[in-house]
Design a binder for this molecule. Structure first.
Ligand code: PA5
Length: 422
């Protein structure tokens, strides 16, 4: 399997390699803690050993159910929000459905316009739904499920229940609903928080329905885990990235931008943004995660990056093989782009990337993360890498990576306004 690579590119000299090496030595004890997981977080570490929820037996279970859906459905509506849908959406959007089932995403907002769009899109099709919710109290998937249930009941009558697959925690209210109504049930691991569930039924089942090779995703994750366990601290890529992020935070950088030149990474970037934002942004600390969808965003925020206040550093996802090609040919129209005759979009994109890296790294430090291709193995490696780094980086920062007390504040006002407590 081809490996991910990491490199610090910093012509601005904010960070010298010796300083990074010293930081890695100093924080090496955290690497050992994270590799095996700490007792205090034992109820959140079900993702650390990939086999726990993505071992062969589990993969076969997800695939068997996915096969049934593939045989009977045109569309699978995935109802979930945040950690309950982002990982699956990241992979399906990047690779594209490879089965006859189209995946439609719902339950991730409260917009009447969006739910009407979903209902319009699935009209006349054979529809299955997968409701994913850890505690089933979140409003968006709750009302999304109602809307889709009404649709299914109207179209399929009493037999609608066989088209409902719920991914919920055992003995939750969703589990009870499954028992009462005859919906199918997949376990939402009670020892993993939403944003760490990419390699569990939460992420893997919808990916399997979309025809993603979930064995390869799990293999990529296991490969990364093995690597992070065996690479010594002074060379460990997760420790290096976690240390660099924290050192830059200490030097006054307040935002990390995940930039990429393949727009198909958009949903992956949203997954990454949630993972780091919700895990590290607490106790008035943390880097704000944002993303740059290049080259498009170079024509908007590019100005700020190059010339604005120095609060952002960048981590680039650098894909070695995009797997696509389009060569520009001379069409005898004098559009003044003839210097590009015979060049591939891919080659031009690479030139834009290298130029951006050169220019930006003169202003602030950049991290280059090389990714072999946008295939399932690479996504498996990326999911495990970033989840591991997130735990490690939060340890160095001194925050609990697995809770999210801040997301409750607005909900109290909203529920009061909606009469939940009357
Ligand atoms: O990471 C988390 O815990 C959250 O972002 C959750 O994934 C998100 O709030 C959805 O939660 P639930 O599936 O319980 O509705």
């Amino acid at each position: 399997m081809e490996d991910l690579g990491i490199q610090l590119v910093d012509s601005s000299s904010w960070l010298e390699m010796e300083e990074v090496a010293m930081g890695m030595e100093e924080n090496a004890p955290f690497l050992d803690l994270v590799k095996y997981g700490e007792e205090q977080y034992s109820d959140s570490l079900g993702w650390l050993d990939v086999d726990e929820w993505a071992g062969d037996k589990w993969l076969a279970t997800y695939q068997e159910l996915a096969k049934e859906v593939q045989e009977k459905a045109d569309v699978l509506v995935v109802i979930g929000i945040g950690g309950s849908n982002q990982a699956a959406r990241a992979v399906v959007d990047a690779i594209g459905e490879a089965s006859s089932v189209r995946i439609v995403w719902a339950g991730n907002n409260i917009s009447a316009d969006s739910i009407c769009d979903v209902l319009k899109e699935i009209e006349g099709k054979s529809v299955y739904i997968n409701v994913i919710a850890k505690n089933f109290e979140t409003l968006e998937p709750g009302i999304g499920f109602r809307a889709l249930r009404s649709f299914l009941k109207e179209v399929y009558g009493d037999s609608y229940a066989e088209r409902v697959i719920c991914t919920g925690t055992q003995e939750s209210h969703l589990d009870e609903l499954c028992k009462e109504n005859g919906f199918r049930f997949l376990p939402f691991p009670d020892n993993i928080g939403g944003r760490f569930t990419a390699l569990s039924p939460v992420g893997l089942f919808p990916m399997a329905v979309a025809g993603m090779n979930i064995n390869a995703i799990a293999a990529g994750a296991k490969h990364m885990r093995q690597r992070l366990h065996t690479e010594k601290a002074s060379e460990n890529i997760a420790l290096k990235y976690a240390v660099v992020r924290n050192q830059l935070y200490q030097k006054g950088f307040r935002m990390e931008m995940l930039s990429y030149f393949e727009p198909r990474y958009f949903r992956f970037a949203k997954w990454w943004m949630q993972l780091f934002g919700e895990s590290e942004g607490k106790d008035n600390k943390g880097l704000y995660p944002l993303f740059g969808n290049f080259s498009e965003d170079l024509h908007s925020i590019g100005q700020f990056l190059q010339d604005g206040s120095n609060v952002i550093f960048e981590t680039f996802l650098d894909v070695q093989e995009s797997g696509a090609s389009y060569v520009l040919h001379n069409d005898d129209v004098d559009d003044r782009f003839d210097y590009l005759n015979g060049k591939d979009f891919d080659e031009i994109n690479r030139a834009a990337f290298e130029a951006t890296l050169t220019a930006h790294s003169k202003k602030f430090p950049c991290v280059k993360l090389t990714v072999p291709t946008m295939d399932e193995e690479s996504f498996g490696q990326l999911f495990y890498f970033f989840e591991f780094v997130c735990y490690l980086s939060a340890k160095i920062l001194g925050v609990n990576p697995f809770d999210q007390p801040g997301v409750e504040a607005y909900k109290q006002y909203m529920f009061e306004a909606l009469g939940k407590y009357e």
